[in-house]
Design a protein around this ligand. Sequence first.
Ligand code: K7E
Ligand code: CUA
Length: 764
Amino acid sequence: MKMSMRMASLLATVSFGVLVAGQAWSAESLQDVMKRRGLTEKDVLAASKTYTPTGKRDEFIAFSSGGQSGQVIIYGIPSMRILKYVAVFTPEPWQGYGFDDESKRVLKEGSMVDGREITFGDTHHPAISETNGEYDGQFLFINDKNTPRIAVIDLKDFETKQIVRNPILKSEHGGTFVSPNTDYIIEAAQYAAPLEDNFVPLEQFNEKYRGAVTYWKFNRAKGRVEPENSFSIELPPYSQDLSDFGKGPSDGFSFTNSFCAERYVGGIERGRPPFEAGCSAKDTDFLHVVNWKKAEELFKAGKTKKINGHAVIDMATAAKEGVLVLIPEPKSPHGVDVTPDGKQIVVAGKLDTHASVYSFEKIQAAIKAGKFSGKDEYGIPIIAMADALAKQVEIGLGPLHTQFDSKPCVAYTSVYVDSQVAKWDYCEGKILDKMSVHYNIGHLMAMEGDSTKPAGKYVVALNKLAIDRFNPVGPLHPQNHQLIDASNDKMQLLYDMPLPLGEPHYAVAIAADKLKPHIRYPHGTDSRTEEKHPAAVRAGSEHTDTKPGKVEVFGTVIRSHITPEIIEVTEGDEVSIHLTNLERAQDETHGFAVSKHNVNLSLEPGKTASATFKANKAGVYPYYCTEFCSALHLEMQGYLLVKPANYKSTGVKAKEGVSYSKADYDARVKGNIDTQAVIDSVVGYITSVNFKDFPQAVALVEDATDQLGFAKAAKEKSEEFAKKQDWHNAALWAEQWFQYQVKTADIGLRAKTYLEQNGAKKVQ
Ligand code: K7E
Ligand code: CUA
């Protein structure tokens, strides 16, 4: 019969799949496989350190910058499996980011610049929120070097909640880094420019171009940056680079280094040597040491000037009040990294073979004693390098960035030109081990390696080039993240992972068990504001409001239909469609796309999202769910009918494709009764074991119970029509009843398989 799809055969298919998987072990031995694939014992050992069997999870979660994609990449360690790209500064359709009204609002906070829409971002440094200097797993921040701005990502749902644009910088780099309790997030300039938004000729570079460092105030309870409580310190035009916050004894201070303290202005076309020559001519640049607690006091006392509405402490005030001092650092430095105990600051220079270790105690002593070697041209006191330096350690050619191990005094530094990772002791000042990585390492990442409590175990080398490492995919190559086992004295290279989404500069990794994200949203949540969405509705209260020129739809989605299924509007109307996902089940996301209207929503369980667009052209536009959510996913569809403005109905009556008889109805009902017997047997199994001890199974049972409730409602509707002898509608509702049974059985079987595989026991 036309509507039938036998439950028994469906069940047979499902359980057959499980059986085959269970028997998939071949007779090949490990030696056979090693021979066949040309693997050495060392390879197999490395593989056993990264291989993560199906169903098992990673120990650490890495958040990597997504470079020019403007996004964040998340992967697991040691498996190196990519888990998600989080949309931040650029539209990303899968997450509906930049396609639903709610996320467009967030994106627009940072993308509209002087009437231009910026759809590109250059992310560099992600930072995880900290409590007492330890990663707490609540928030992630990331900066955009190109259009200076930072973003707040809430790790409850891994969504971008806020973007704040820097009001004075035209270019930045030294962000984001957080203070030990995440009360401030740092964002430091890169290429100097006038802090106001006006034109100033390059000839006035020294006098009018400036750098700055911004301290963004973070309100943890609200999970938002507060621009009105944030301030900046004006800096000389020294091309500020990376930054780090002090901790422990150095808490209250921050450190920002620089390159091109020469303040050279290029101009190849004017016959001058290029920037690269003029910017590296001198032997030293400047480490900026900022007493930000003091700066905060000045800000609160109103000792600031306003530039573009933003509070700025000028250089003269900063120098006079002891907020800012400079220390020479060799030569074109890049990374500045504070040791876990907060006592020392490691600076590595691209054109110097050393890592320079500065002592915070010495710096403090010099400041207290007023022992300065002089002032720079802008009146900022300079501490002589010798008065601040603890030691210099020969690392290799082009040391860049430093991270720390769980073992005291152990650091890892990336060495760009040598393409090596150096493991060294910053207390004793000696090299412990060196390992070659592929070309050319930029940042490296140790587990929680920039916190007060590094977790050790692994280091990842973030290599700029892949060259010949992977199968070629054209002239544009991915980057290569190399996983290193750092648990022993000698480092061991374990795995190469291609990262194909822009250039990841920096990454941070946190112990996976510190992350506790939501599985679902409370019903009707606007995920971007984290509040109840004003347009959320429950099942049965879906409706459409029509006003002249505007149609507003308040609908729902659930396996496997969209309510409403037909939306009629008139050409020229503004259409707003608000949809709430009624699902409670884990991972039952529905999408919503409308033909030719650039609409795609991602509706995770409980979420409400909206699409607003102009129906500017009469026509027929199918809409559908874009996530393969169930067996009837393709049927999760509907029509947007855009009528011409002057359209008159022709009064044509619809003719059904097929009409159903009493015999059809009876056959469907009989099938449903058989199906119910199958469901009952699955339910019988589940309730015969200790399923309540398995939260996963309990969630599935809840979902199955929901579906069974829907089946009951559809059954009642079919019986009502049968009573009226409307066999056509009775048969159709009987079919809907069956569809809910299929969903129930699908979920019930998932629960049964889960319980069987996880050792559920019979209960009496
Ligand atoms: Cu070294 Cu932007 Cu931190 Cu690139 S940065 S490598
Ligand atoms: Cu919902 Cu496919």
